[in-house]
Design a protein around this ligand. Structure first.
Ligand SMILES: [Zn+2]
Length: 283
């Protein structure tokens, strides 16, 4: 059984500065796995607050070198490596995050880059394992040209993909086709396109092409927050016919044979999960 824990669902400058929605990123949990994806500002604090001991992290994944994705990466690497005293865990990050590029400075110092047991420069097509989880790196098109997405093969469930900030691109199905659950970073609502980012229009187009069993929108920006993420998710579901929900800070998805949505409260144990909504509730 895998669990996806949304420590934060905010994205973009103003959601981050105001913490209208949290920017802690996403945690993947199983018996063996404790992987943090895109630790923006607050990842450490919200992790501690949620009772998820950051010292149990065994993987840190970073999609690109923007602050709302990278801010807490170094401190989580310190947590993962017992304060830098033990070579432990995997760091998989876009080239820009590790080394910088012409547009973005690197986001992880040489000191921190040398702490984990394994460091992977994530480029489209790169594949690696963290314990029993097979991860494939996917393409993304964003203002950081090294931006990547991640696709996870979850035994007993199916594939889950996380697409960070990106615009739609030709051949998107080559990387993300066939996934059961698609997590998209939808910064902006319908009618507010922004090059290199996803609006609800782009999300609907992507979901329509990928046709997952369910889609989750997260990394919600201020314009999206003002419009109402649940409303936008409903419109996307209507347009695509694919059940789509807006992630909530603290929301958990349990991925067994099917997807169960955990209430966004501090609870432990599987009995805190409610049954998944039927798809007609989304349309
Ligand atoms: Zn970005």
């Amino acid at each position: 059984m895998f669990e996806i824990f949304f420590l934060g669902t905010g994205g973009g400058r103003f959601a981050t500065i105001t913490q209208k929605l949290r920017t802690g990123g996403i945690r993947i949990l199983s018996n063996e796995l404790n992987i943090h994806i895109d630790p923006g500002p607050g990842a450490l604090i919200y992790s501690l607050e949620a009772g998820l001991n950051p010292q149990k992290i065994n993987g840190v994944l970073v999609s690109h070198s923007h602050l709302d994705h990278t801010n807490d990466a170094e401190i989580l690497i310190e947590a993962m490596t017992a304060g830098g005293t033990k070579k432990k865990g995997t760091l998989a990050a876009a080239s820009s995050v590790l080394y910088g590029n012409d547009i973005c400075d690197k986001a992880i110092s040489n000191y921190h880059r040398n702490l984990p047991e394994k460091v992977i420069e994530a480029k489209a097509g790169t594949e690696f394992e963290i314990h029993n989880l097979h991860v494939t790196v996917g393409k993304a098109v964003h203002s950081d040209p090294d931006t990547v997405g991640f696709r996870f093969q979850m035994n007993g469930f199916g594939d889950v993909a996380y697409m960070p900030d990106s615009e739609y691109f030709e051949g998107i199905r080559d990387f993300y086709g066939g996934v059961k659950l698609l997590i998209l970073s939808v910064l902006r609502p319908f009618g507010k396109p922004w090059k290199g980012h996803m609006s609800s229009d782009d999300a609907a187009k992507i979901i329509n092409e990928i046709r997952p069993e369910m889609a989750v929108i997260t990394h919600l920006g201020m314009l999206m927050i003002l419009k109402g993420p649940d409303h936008e998710a409903n419109l996307i579901a209507e347009e695509t016919g694919i059940p789509t929900i807006a992630a909530k800070d603290g929301m958990r998805l349990a991925l067994g044979k099917e997807i169960s949505i955990g209430k966004p409260e501090k609870q432990t144990g599987l009995d805190s999960y409610i049954k998944p909504h039927s798809s007609d509730q989304f349309s």
